[in-house]
Design a protein around this ligand. Structure first.
Ligand SMILES: C[S@@+](CC[C@H](N)C(=O)[O-])C[C@H]1O[C@@H](n2cnc3c(N)ncnc32)[C@H](O)[C@@H]1O
Length: 343
């Protein structure tokens, strides 16, 4: 269905303004002149409402605006590599002006040309090749520089600015929904402890959007910690986020928090007893883990419950949500566990 408001040329400008204000104009189609008449394309759901400005008729010959080519279409056209074009990466990670690409081995000989072309089309200053995912306790990416030498960038997400070096520090685009969810959870009077703060993935959005009373953000990796401090200043949340350098088992204060964030995967459960000791009388723990599909939803929840045994706390409610697929058959999940001290 392609409805239009049909109006006389003399009225077209006035009606166009009104319809724009109503957000009724269909931006995909062009206005069409038909002698003394003008056809203004209207979105189907607004057709009835738009009828007050003229006759609504079905357009016989809709004229569509040209869609600008998608970046990949431009890249594909520019890469003169014959049949191997089919192997070009159709997805990428663009953090600020640093681009991360996965390039299959069969394209090894073309990797520099690929980097130049993608950088040009996507506006990147530096291109990194992802050669091995994310590794170790500090969750560091394994990458190779293909273009440029400087991978420090400022990535903006949900109104938050994250500065980091993308060649040394991970940023999981798959966790975006969780970063957004966490940003709006706490109330103004809450004290939050982020046990695995990184560069402020959860702490900074939370401080920017919810402005709780205090967030203690703990990070062990000195480089991530440096960016955490910079990001606190960059986002103007010095009054809320207090960065703590060190292992959370030593550096985090105890008996203090309404909410504890455990945004780390890799044996996170061994930190649960510490998380409980950080809580006040009652509170919420956001416990992350990577779990084989067949063990869901029980294993992560049972692990939280097991940690409360002999701790003086009991679990009074849990919910679990999937964050992303982590590896074939493995899912990254988060359990929100509400716990309280037993008398
Ligand atoms: C990279 S973040 C996880 C990413 C995050 N969930 C997201 O949304 O992208 C985990 C951080 O925990 C830090 N870390 C690991 N063990 C720690 C510990 N015992 N104490 C404090 N920080 C720790 C790592 O250095 C890393 O920066």
């Amino acid at each position: 269905m392609y409805p239009v408001v049909r109006v006389r040329k003399s009225r077209a400008e006035d009606v166009r303004k009104k319809l724009f204000e109503m957000r009724a104009v269909d931006g995909e189609r062009r206005f069409v002149r038909d002698g003394e008449w003008v056809e203004i394309p209207i979105r189907v759901e607004k057709a009835e409402e738009a009828g007050k400005y003229g006759e609504i008729v079905e357009q016989k010959k809709p004229v569509f605006k040209e869609r600008p080519p998608a970046p990949f279409e431009i890249i594909e056209k520019r890469m003169d590599i014959g049949e191997k074009k089919a192997l070009l990466p159709r997805r990428w990670e663009l953090f600020g002006d640093v681009l991360i690409l996965k390039i299959p081995e069969q394209l090894e000989e073309h990797k520099l040309k690929i980097a130049e072309t993608y950088a040009d089309v996507l506006g990147a200053k530096t291109v990194l090749r992802d050669i091995g995912g994310i590794e170790g306790e500090y969750r560091e990416p394994l990458v190779e520089f293909l273009l440029g030498e400087d991978a420090e960038t400022v990535h903006i997400e949900n109104g938050v600015r994250f500065r980091f070096d993308a060649s040394k520090i991970m940023f999981s685009s798959g966790n975006i929904d969780e970063r957004v969810r966490m940003a709006y959870l706490p109330s103004h009077n809450e004290i939050v402890v982020d046990m695995f703060a990184g560069i402020g993935y959860f702490s900074i959005p939370m401080a920017v959007h919810s402005r709780p009373k205090k967030i203690y953000a703990c990070e062990k990796n000195p480089l991530s910690f440096r960016y955490l401090r910079e990001n606190i200043i960059l986002n103007g949340v010095e009054d809320i986020v207090e960065p703590l350098l060190g292992d959370n088992r030593e550096a985090c204060p105890e008996n203090i928090a309404d909410r504890v964030i455990m945004g780390y995967v890799g044996k996170t459960h061994i930190f649960l007893s510490k998380a409980l000791s950080i809580l006040k009388y009652r509170g919420t723990i956001h416990y992350h883990e990577t779990c084989p599909e067949e063990l869901l939803p029980d294993r992560p929840i049972l692990r939280v419950k097991a940690a409360t045994k002999d701790s003086g706390y009991r679990v009074i409610g849990t919910s679990i949500r999937k964050i992303k697929s982590y590896a074939p058959g493995i899912v990254h999940v988060v359990v929100d566990a509400r716990v309280e001290k037993q008398n």
